[in-house]
Every structure is written in C-alpha cells, then in structure tokens.
Design a protein. Structure first.
Length: 303
C-alpha cells in the first residue's frame, strides 16, 4: 500500500514538473513571439499601429552619447568620429552675442542638437537602430552585452543576423527590430494631426511649450548682449512628461525630414508668420537652428 502511494506521488511530482516546465517554455515562446507588441521605443509616442515618434528633439545629451560611443569604438582621430562632430562654427554666422555658443552650446545637455547635416542625422538614426536592438537582445537574454567591442566586432543588426559576431548565435525567432529614421513629409502630417487631436482631448496645457505653442518673435540679442536663450530645453523644463504629448513641433529648432534638403517646423530664427504660413523649409548645410527627431517602426529581418 505504501509502495503504491509512493509511486503515485512520484508520478504526480513528475506531472507537475512537466506542466511547470511546459508553462515556462510557452511563456518564453510568447515573449519571443510578441515582444515587439509590448516594447515601446525609448522616448517614443505611438502615432498609429506601427509608427512611433520621438516625444522630443534629439538633444545635445543624445549626441554626446553617440560621440562617446564612436570615440570608444573607432578612436579619437578616426574618420568615423571626426565625421560626426557638429558644426559649432555655424554659431559664428549669427549675431555676435551668440558667438560664445560656438564653444559651449553643445555642453548644454538638455537643449536640442543643432549644427548637423541631414546625412549626419541619418547616420545617427542607423546607429540608434543598432543600439536599441542590441539592448533588447540583452534584455531578453538572447545575447550577453559585450563591453569590449571594437571596430572589428562591434554589434550591428547586419552582423548579428549574418552570424559575423564572435560567440554569438542569432535567434531567428527574435527577428523584430525597431528601425529609427527621419520622418517623411507624409509622416510629418500624421504626427501633426495626431498631436492636434491629443491636445483637443486633453483640453489644457501643463507646459508652456506644448503644441501648438510657438516660441518665436524673440530677440535673443539686444545691444550685443544675450537677452534670451535662442532655444529652449527639449522637454521644456517640465517636471514630468505627459505620455501623449510631443514637444516643440514648431518653433524651437527646424527638424530634418527624410526628403532631400527639406526641414520642417520652423525655428527660433523664424517669425511666427512664416512658421504658420509654411511647414517646410529648404536647407542644404548644417546651421545653428536645425536639428531633428526620429520616427521608428517595427521591421523584420528577411535577408
């Protein structure tokens, strides 16, 4: 009798162990299959089913992180590092009271990045795509983050899926990645429409720079003295960010789009009338009034 009972308990224990292991496997499979549904782009706002927009412009802090990574991987004198340096001399084209910004504006970490070309913005977007996917792989235990990356073995999406990373085997089930890029003009219209709708539903502004507030018609220089900062912080010094608000779509810095030599939104340099009359501006080179923000969407690796 005791022997029979012991056998039954063993069978029950094995059954429970099997159920537990199966449930863990199913849970892991669900996470792997659906992680892209639960993950939001860092700093992103959902515009539609598969389009997200940065809540703020890319800041000097964001670019400083980008520069640090490139310096660490490629070296201080490398072409890769030198090619991403912002054009700080663009401030010298402005009023003389702003000339000092050539040496210290990019140290103001909370303020929007300026002085980068459209091509530099696109390269940052690709770098961000790689870094966010690398983070997600490490977060879900697919890879172990490598702190000793070099020019020859640093993580990129292409290297990961092509099996070119040392001691890393790509998990083909984990094939969704967020692609960051500059917005198209059509996506810009969607973002403006989305934000209009959100602001109407909220019915009030908490921060003075919530859309559609336009920071314009200021005179930053009076009698060769700085009377006001030409730009304002990307999050407007708000103590907290509403989950749905998008800041500074107009009038802080112009923002590169993906269309060649086209920026949108106007800047601190533009009068309100011009900003309201047209959303797009033709630009060719870096300047002290144009930055950018990213949009992103989930993509699958199919190569």
């Amino acid at each position: 009798m005791k022997k029979t009972m012991r056998i039954k308990l063993i069978i029950l224990s094995l059954s429970l162990l099997t159920v537990f292991n199966t449930s863990c496997f199913v849970k892991k499979a669900i996470i792997i299959d659906n992680y892209h549904i639960h993950e939001m782009p860092p700093g992103g706002i959902k515009i539609n089913d598969n389009l997200f927009c940065d809540q703020t412009e890319i800041s000097n802090l964001d670019w400083a992180e980008y520069m640090y990574w490139n310096k660490r991987i490629f070296g201080l004198e490398s072409v890769e590092y030198l090619s991403i340096l912002p054009d700080t001399l663009s401030w010298l084209e402005m009023d003389s009271c702003l000339h000092s910004f050539a040496s210290h504006y990019h140290n103001r970490m909370a303020y929007p990045l300026v002085g980068v070309s459209q091509e530099q913005a696109k390269k940052f977007s690709k770098w961000r795509t790689d870094r966010v996917f690398e983070y997600l792989l490490a977060k879900y235990g697919v890879i172990q983050y490598d702190t000793e990356q070099t020019r020859d073995n640093h993580f990129t999406i292409e290297r990961y899926f092509n099996g070119e990373l040392t001691n890393v085997i790509s998990d083909r089930e984990f094939n969704y990645y967020l692609e960051f890029r500059l917005p198209t003009l059509e996506e810009r219209k969607l973002i403006l429409y989305y934000n209009d709708s959100v602001m109407q539903n909220i019915g009030k502004r908490v921060c003075k720079c919530d859309y559609p507030y336009i920071w314009s018609d200021i005179i930053p220089c009076i009698n060769d003295s700085l009377s006001a900062m030409p730009t304002r912080p990307v999050s407007c010094n708000c103590s907290s960010r509403n989950n749905k608000r998008i800041f500074n779509l107009y009038g802080n810095v112009s923002e590169w789009t993906s269309d060649k030599n086209i920026a949108a939104g106007g800047s601190w340099l533009d009068k309100k009338e011009r900003i309201l009359s047209t959303d797009t501006f033709n630009l060719v080179s870096p300047n002290a009034w144009t930055g950018f923000r990213n949009v992103s969407e989930w993509k699958t690796w199919e190569k």
